[in-house]
Design a protein around this ligand. Structure first.
Ligand SMILES: *Cc1c(COP(=O)(O)O)cnc(C)c1O
Length: 393
């Protein structure tokens, strides 16, 4: 049976070139980067190079790049570290209803210690309303957080405009760019955010490492106490091998970004077109224009997303229902509910996320199987029989 991976928003494979580049740093150059002898200096040099490479790609200064254990830690650190650093100014935070659970969880933690959080809704395409954002701003607002691109429906937010709104009012602005970084050549100076998180394993780097970009001048409290690593902001012995891998993965990603973007978008558009033409009662979620090239999120009416996922899995096709983080729970996705998808329909949703390793043949095979599976599941659904006749009339 062939295996088809259509879950690139959950994670991606580490490229062989990246593995190659990392290997010497496990047992050859194994020094502690904080040590003052030759072994340490060698490790420190590799760590510095990795930081420089990443800083250059995002147009930041190396001192603005902090390594973390991934996107989740970077999100938590940004939300809590910035809120805590500015709490004497106020305790109000604004975020959106469609953030990743890492940001929403951090918001809940902040609420438990006396912060107030406003969750801005989005329109039916999943884009935030800037007027609404402005109207939520108060004199005690200290932090605005809005993800760059959504992990479930792929919607891209007007980040530059949000950065401008925040800057004019002297409010810190953080963006979770974990889904955006693999597909958008982000320039932090041009966009003007104060802080930004991204994660290596979403762009063919190793898991367990990410970056929090913090603009020089922005205050942020340390969340992991320990040694002097990461300019005393994040303790813990530096993971040199993973940092080297992350930098190499991002460097390689940028070399072919344009071609890869066009290729993946072509596959995705072809997939969407076939599904919309050939499968009745299938609805694409999210914005058609402001969207990452890799994402197609569909709701299939009258059936359960989980049943579709398991049937595709049996055919060797890997997808996600809702998001990897909310699957396993029976609650419908908070993102789909936020864009106004009704609960029953939200339960029938599947996220397909494409990558440059996918082929047109794989897309065709997937649509063919999907058609079969959906007809079969609907044939067993009394709801479908009843409703499809009513809707035809
Ligand atoms: C994957 C993801 C994260 C979490 O990153 P990890 O490195 O897996 O912890 C955070 N935010 C978004 C939008 C994501 O897609």
């Amino acid at each position: 049976m062939q295996k088809i991976y259509l879950d690139h928003a959950a994670t991606t494979a580490v490229l062989p070139e990246v593995v190659e580049k990392m290997l010497p740093y496990f047992s050859g150059v194994y020094g502690n980067a904080s040590s003052q002898h030759f072994y340490g200096r060698e490790a420190q040099k590799a760590l510095d190079e990795a930081r420089d490479t990443i800083a250059k790609i995002i147009n930041a200064h190396p001192s603005e790049v902090y390594f973390t254990s991934g996107g989740t830690e970077a999100d938590n650190w940004a939300m809590k570290g910035i809120a805590r650093a500015y709490e004497s100014k106020g305790k109000h935070v604004i975020t959106t209803a469609i953030e990743h659970p890492a940001v929403l969880g951090a918001c809940k933690d902040l609420e438990r210690v006396g912060f107030e959080v406003s969750y801005i809704g989005v329109n039916k395409n999943g884009v935030i309303d800037l007027d609404k954002l402005v109207s939520e701003i108060r004199s005690d607002t200290i932090l605005i957080s809005c993800m760059y691109a959504n992990n479930e429906i792929g919607t891209i937010q007007p980040i530059e405009q949000i950065a401008k709104i925040a800057k004019e009012r002297n409010i810190a602005f953080f963006t979770d760019a974990v889904q955006a970084m693999p597909v958008i050549d982000i320039d932090v100076k041009k966009v003007g955010m104060d802080a930004m998180s991204f994660s290596s394993h979403k762009f063919n780097g190793p898991k367990g490492i990410g970056v929090l970009y913090v603009r020089n001048g922005l205050k942020i409290k340390s969340m992991v106490s320990g040694g002097h690593q990461e300019r005393t902001k994040r303790g813990g012995t530096s993971n040199v091998a993973l940092a080297v891998g992350m930098a190499e993965a991002l460097r390689l990603n940028r070399l072919t970004l344009k071609q890869d973007y066009a290729y993946v978008e072509g596959l995705r558009d072809y997939f969407v077109k076939r599904v919309e033409e050939e499968i009745p009662f299938a609805y694409l979620n999210g914005d058609r224009q402001n969207r990452v090239p890799s994402n197609a999120d569909f709701s299939f009416e009258f059936i359960e997303g989980e049943s579709i996922l398991f049937s595709l899995d049996l055919e060797g096709i890997a997808v996600s229902s809702g998001s990897a983080c909310s699957s396993g729970s029976l609650d419908p996705s908070h993102v789909l509910l936020a864009i106004g998808v009704e609960e029953a329909l939200a339960h029938g949703s599947i996220r397909f996320s494409f990558g440059k390793d996918n082929t047109k043949e794989q897309v065709d095979y997937t649509v063919d199987k999907l058609k079969e599976i959906i007809s079969r599941l609907r044939a067993m659904s009394p709801l479908y029989k009843l409703n499809s006749e009513i809707k035809k009339v």
